[in-house]
Design a binder for this molecule. Structure first.
Ligand code: NDP
Length: 257
């Protein structure tokens, strides 16, 4: 069980917001009074806003405080451009939460994975945007001690499939080598980042959303997007400095490394 700390009013950025879990995060932040609301500005980022892969037109009724941003998580130029656009909107308030949700899963087992597939997965999954100066600005602006998503946080969406400790029992279920390796790399990057960012009181941790019925998770997933995101938001709302570098699931339970 996780304890909640009350409502947030946050400046938030989500990557991969056009479908799947990212889209559900946008919907719950905007349409319902979920635990992370109220959100003052939400940057819903995707590489092709309004393109054929967007499940709904993200401009629906969200224009008041949901801004669409083009961001390709594998393209440093696109990330830099997005950072400049976001900075021009938020000014000295910075960003409270960055949710690195965008990912691809290349479904190839050990003997069939190519170097190109490994590289492709790594570029998109392991290296998410962090926008450190915007997070620093938010941490400074908050004027409160400690760490929380209300103040400044990077939430990297990870997976149970990244766990070394569980690979023996899960590999045959999900034989997705490039995906597993890239997410394990993301975990290490997150832990190192969490150490570096602690002095600025910026929280960095990882969340496993559960096995969810999306394009990536497939139709056999155990959860729907609503349940998963509701759980992840509850967990995010409970985070403090003791969760720096933690890998938790959508119920707030620790996932073994
Ligand atoms: P989906 O396949 O449904 O959605 C993936 C999202 O990532 C899409 O919005 C996609 O955009 C975006 N994306 C992919 N590549 C890029 C890129 N280069 N730049 C920007 N956006 C990109 O996956 P889920 O919603 O299921 O997954 C969301 C997160 O949850 C991922 O990090 C995944 O690893 C994690 N996860 C999911 C599980 C599940 O069971 N579903 C289990 C464990 C973890 P586009 O439409 O442009 O391709």
């Amino acid at each position: 069980m996780v304890e909640t700390q009350g409502p947030l009013s946050a400046l938030v950025l989500i990557t991969g917001a056009n479908r799947g879990l990212g889209l559900e995060m946008v919907k719950q932040m905007v349409e319902t009074q979920g635990p992370l609301t109220p959100v003052s500005v939400l940057f819903a980022c995707c590489r092709d806003p309004g393109g054929p892969r967007a499940e709904v037109n993200l401009t629906f009724d969200l224009v008041l405080y949901c801004l669409l941003n083009s961001l390709d998580a594998a393209d440093p130029k696109s990330i830099k451009q997005a950072a400049q656009q976001v900075a021009s909107v938020v000014g000295k308030s910075g960003l409270n939460i960055i949710i690195n949700n965008a990912a691809i899963a290349i479904r190839s087992p050990f003997f069939e994975s190519t170097p190109e597939e490994m590289q492709n997965c790594f570029n998109i999954n392991a290296i998410g945007p962090m926008f450190i100066s915007l997070l620093r600005a938010a941490a400074k602006d908050s004027g409160t001690p400690g760490m929380s998503c209300r103040k400044a946080a990077v939430i990297n969406i990870s997976t149970i499939a990244s766990s070394n400790g569980l690979a023996n029992e899960t590999y045959n279920k999900w034989r997705v080598l490039p995906y597993r390796v890239s997410k394990a790399a993301m975990n290490m990057m997150s832990v190192c980042a969490s150490v570096e960012l602690q002095k600025d009181e910026i929280l960095c941790m990882m969340l496993h959303p559960g096995w969810v019925r999306t394009d990536l998770g497939g139709p056999e997933g155990e959860l729907d997007t609503h349940e998963s995101v509701e759980g992840m938001f509850r967990v995010m709302n409970s985070l403090t400095e003791k969760h720096c570098g933690a890998l938790l699931n959508w119920k707030g339970e620790t996932v073994p490394w």
